[in-house]
Design a protein around this ligand. Sequence first.
Ligand SMILES: NC(=O)c1ccc[n+]([C@@H]2O[C@H](COP(=O)([O-])OP(=O)(O)OC[C@H]3O[C@@H](n4cnc5c(N)ncnc54)[C@H](O)[C@@H]3O)[C@@H](O)[C@H]2O)c1
Ligand SMILES: [Zn+2]
Ligand SMILES: [Zn+2]
Length: 366
Amino acid sequence: MKTRSATLWHVGQRWAVEELDLAEPGPGQVLVRIRATGLCHSDDHAVTGDSRPPLPLVGGHEGAGVVEAIGPGVTRASVGDHVVLAFNSPCGHCRYCAGGLSNLCAIARRRVGGEPAASPFSRAGETVWAMGGLGTFSERTVVPEDSVIVIDKDVPFAVAALLGCAVTTGWGAAVYLADVRRGETVVVVGCGGVGVNSLQGARNAGADIIVAVDPSEFKREQAVRFGATHAVADLARAREVLAELTGGHMADVAILSVGVADSDILGDMMSTLGLNGRGIITAVSPAAATTVNLSLVDFTLSQQTIRGNVYGGTNMHRDIPLLLGLYRRGKLQLDELISRTYPLDEINQGYADMHAGRNLRGVVLP
Ligand SMILES: NC(=O)c1ccc[n+]([C@@H]2O[C@H](COP(=O)([O-])OP(=O)(O)OC[C@H]3O[C@@H](n4cnc5c(N)ncnc54)[C@H](O)[C@@H]3O)[C@@H](O)[C@H]2O)c1
Ligand SMILES: [Zn+2]
Ligand SMILES: [Zn+2]
């Protein structure tokens, strides 16, 4: 079968929208007609070379669509089902899934790592890999049935797509990984598609003071709509505001969700935290970055924590229905995340708009 997809052939090039070959769904796989896919910053890291997934690559790991066909033995979805795709979907029985850490599923990681013959895409016999094991920048893709979560048919596809990464990663950073408690003070550094969902998560968890940090005025305006009680342009101003609001105690939680994290910004963010403060790193750093500029004595003697973030610590099969429930009852803003939609052919314009700070989230409708 043929499909049109946005493919990255070499670091530094643009997404090339062209026809590829797509394998039929094999045992345990489903064919999905993608109806919406979000423009997450993580795909752009492959373009800039900050991350190095195998190339050529069909981008996209934040998508939703309709099941068009199922392979032998599939039980989790039927033809016609509307689905959200999960890029690290739990197999349910590896040591991490069994231990309640299904976002770290070892089986899913092996797929994402790109085992030979793990991709359904090819061109003239050459394998084309799939971002996150999904490749949602495409009219159609074939994914393992573990990767699909069936949802109600009245959920808009663009909203459903964002549950595949931005919402879960951002919300879970606050609610699960930072474990924000009622009355706490939270700082979110970088308020794009992922960061604003950490603001919503902090608000859901009952945080009192929520400080958004972003140089973009548009993002700061949006941040207030998503739960920030204060919005400032940089970390120096955030420290002043926190010192004043907390009587010098500073923040309990800081979450880093800038587009690209470097060695300096992590240390800078940690200096917004007080005693027992928890720092969460959601933002991806360039593969070559290996140092952190941090006052170690302050870190140790303040009993602080720094924690990474994979998918917000969520379990997609639990959290997609949970988040859709919050959305239906008006406790989670999802429609408001979508700034603009684009046809697949305009995907490079969508990323230009992300870089220019014009979008909270751009969504492609392939
Ligand atoms: N860990 C995970 O599982 C996971 C999942 C999804 C995305 N990510 C990563 O999260 C990060 C954010 O993704 P996104 O899609 O929201 O990106 P985005 O481009 O939509 O948002 C980034 C925001 O950071 C702001 N920013 C840039 N420099 C800043 C600075 N010095 N201080 C404060 N704000 C600054 C930008 O203005 C923008 O609003 C990326 O690094 C992405 O790769 C990680
Ligand atoms: Zn993402
Ligand atoms: Zn597993």
